[in-house]
Design a binder for this molecule. Structure first.
Ligand SMILES: Nc1ncnc2c1ncn2[C@@H]1O[C@H](COP(=O)(O)OP(=O)(O)O)[C@@H](O)[C@H]1O
Ligand SMILES: O=P(O)(O)OC[C@H]1O[C@](O)(COP(=O)(O)O)[C@@H](O)[C@@H]1O
Ligand SMILES: [Mg+2]
Length: 487
């Protein structure tokens, strides 16, 4: 664990500032590989589709809102089946592993990888790795067939099990080599994909003809570049049940307060979208937006005001919100087996603080109910729209592997399936931008104060401006260095 991959970015430049951030291919390190016609050509379901195969030059832009004279900017390779493949069906020995925290849709992704391999490419050797990365070297494998995975998308969790920690590069690659595995499908979040990048580098170093392909997973929806992560829709939907319960409890008591804690370690996407969807929330707290409790303009003043106005209120708090405040009264820090910081329970802390604030106010008795549905949300099966999304991600991943691409994740960019290099998603977390329109919509819907003093607001706006200008500069640089044409 904790190793860095040393993968060099594969960049191709074109006219008008066009940049392709490409993904590695088996032929980068194994020359003269034989190709075969894609077996889908002979599949009655797909052979009727006009232009079913993706043109090898198709790419997808990272930015779609542009000005007239902007350079064309960064692009990713479009995912999908290719005319030719680098594996014969009988030659493929695939495996699937799930790592990190649970997320709705894991089973659907497993199911669809197995079914795509079997039904689209005629592959019949697919193994499940039991219990995350450590399962490669410490557990027996599970044979995966379409029959075995037939119903699993209706269940939450992962039939393969998952874990944190246990990433031992040499043991994992030894196991891949010893078993003759040549397609490794790795489903997991940023930590998992860092581990996948390390495995890819080692496989390349050993010169093995084996693909490493990732499917990004996190319920927090904070993976960079992609439109959204699978399971996020389901999580937002499921969060409504908790918010509804909090609202019912709050409404039924005099000065009732319902507090709901939702997941979001570094980002408040679930809290933000669940709040916007619900319309019953009066206060939404996320890690990206600082707040304070006491004094003028503080959270407790707002709670008091809202109760006086409305007689009840609902608060949604993301687990990573206000951690610096919680840490002031509880400084112990611990990490999980993967090295992620373990968070303090902000929901409990907030509830205690609200209760003790009102305990000293005899004229205002409150009833506060704290609901922590986090693991209940994570454990549900994916909803219909996530099921379709998981299917497309899994199929794209299999197409990419059969076409010989490796060291990539499949992800949706502006509604198109793409192949993205590991390095683009592991070094950066998406965050809610609190100077953006979406957060403004939340503030408008809850009517909560922003808790930002003018100086803090200026700092946020400046940071945002700087990030935007850095992005523009990157595009100008890309444009300048490629103005001489393709290289
Ligand atoms: N920098 C890293 N290098 C190699 N493996 C890592 C790295 N970070 C995390 N991992 C491994 O990835 C797996 C999942 O990581 P974790 O952070 O728990 O979840 P997630 O993938 O959801 O972010 C664990 O088995 C962990 O050991
Ligand atoms: O209790 P666990 O299993 O460590 O999971 C808690 C964490 O998992 C998450 O749901 C998602 O994290 P990962 O994407 O890294 O798995 C976080 O929101 C949460 O902090
Ligand atoms: Mg993570």
């Amino acid at each position: 664990m904790g190793e860095q991959s040393d993968s060099q970015m594969k960049i191709e430049k074109g006219d008008y500032g066009y940049v392709l951030e490409d993904v590695p291919h088996l032929t980068d390190y194994i020359p003269n590989l034989i190709t075969y016609p894609n077996p889908m050509r002979f599949n009655p379901a797909y052979s009727v589709v006009k232009q079913y195969f993706v043109d090898c030059d198709d790419t997808v832009p990272e930015r779609v809102v542009v000005h007239k004279n902007d350079p064309r900017g960064v692009h990713f390779r479009r995912a999908g089946p290719r005319q030719n493949v680098y594996f014969l069906p009988d030659e493929v020995h695939a495996c699937v592993v799930t790592c990190g925290g649970l997320c709705p849709g894991l089973n659907t992704v497993i199911r669809e990888i197995v079914c795509a391999l079997y039904h689209m490419y005629g592959v019949t050797k697919v193994l499940g790795i039991d219990g995350g990365y450590r399962g490669f070297y410490s557990k027996n494998t599970i044979t995966l067939t379409p029959k075995f995975v037939n119903d699993i998308h209706k269940r939450g969790g992962t039939i393969l099990g998952s874990s944190r920690g246990g990433h031992d590069k040499s043991k994992i690659v030894d196991s891949i080599q010893d078993r003759g595995i040549n397609q490794v499908y790795i489903i997991g979040g940023d930590g998992t994909q860092k581990g996948a990048a390390v495995i890819f580098e080692e496989i390349k170093k050993r010169g093995i003809k084996a693909i490493v392909a990732g499917i990004p997973k996190t319920i927090d929806n904070d993976i960079a570049v992609i439109d959204k992560s699978f399971g996020f829709d389901t999580a937002v939907e499921e969060a409504q049940r908790a918010i509804n319960a909090a609202h019912v409890e709050a409404e039924s008591a005099e000065n009732g307060i319902g507090v709901v804690k939702l997941m979001g370690r570094y980002s408040g996407f679930i809290a933000m979208y669940a709040t916007l969807a619900s319309r019953d929330v009066d206060l939404c707290l996320i890690p990206e937006s600082p707040f304070f409790l006491d004094g003028e303009g503080g959270l407790l003043e707002y709670v008091e005001k809202r109760l006086k106005e409305n007689g009840h209120m609902v608060i949604v708090v993301a687990e990573g919100a206000g951690q610096e405040l919680v840490a002031q009264c509880n400084t112990a820090t611990a990490k999980d087996a993967s090295g992620n910081k373990l968070l303090k329970d902000v929901g409990m802390w907030l509830s205690d603080n609200i209760k003790s604030h009102f305990a000293s106010k005899s004229h205002m008795t409150i009833t506060l109910k704290y609901i922590d549905p986090t693991y209940m949300i994570r454990a549900v099966p994916s909803n219909a729209s996530d099921n379709i999304y998981c299917t497309l991600l899994a199929q794209s991943c299999v197409h990419g592997a059969m076409a010989g691409f490796t060291g990539f994740i499949s992800g949706l960019v502006h509604g198109r399936q793409t192949y993205i290099p590991f390095s683009r998603i592991v070094d950066h977390h998406n965050k809610v931008v609190i100077t953006d329109r979406m957060w403004a919509r939340v503030l408008a819907s809850t009517n909560q104060p922003s808790f930002l003093r003018p100086k803090e607001l200026m700092e946020f706006q400046n940071a945002e401006e700087e990030a935007t200008s850095q992005m523009s500069q990157l595009n100008v640089d890309a444009s300048n260095s490629s103005s001489s044409g393709k290289n």
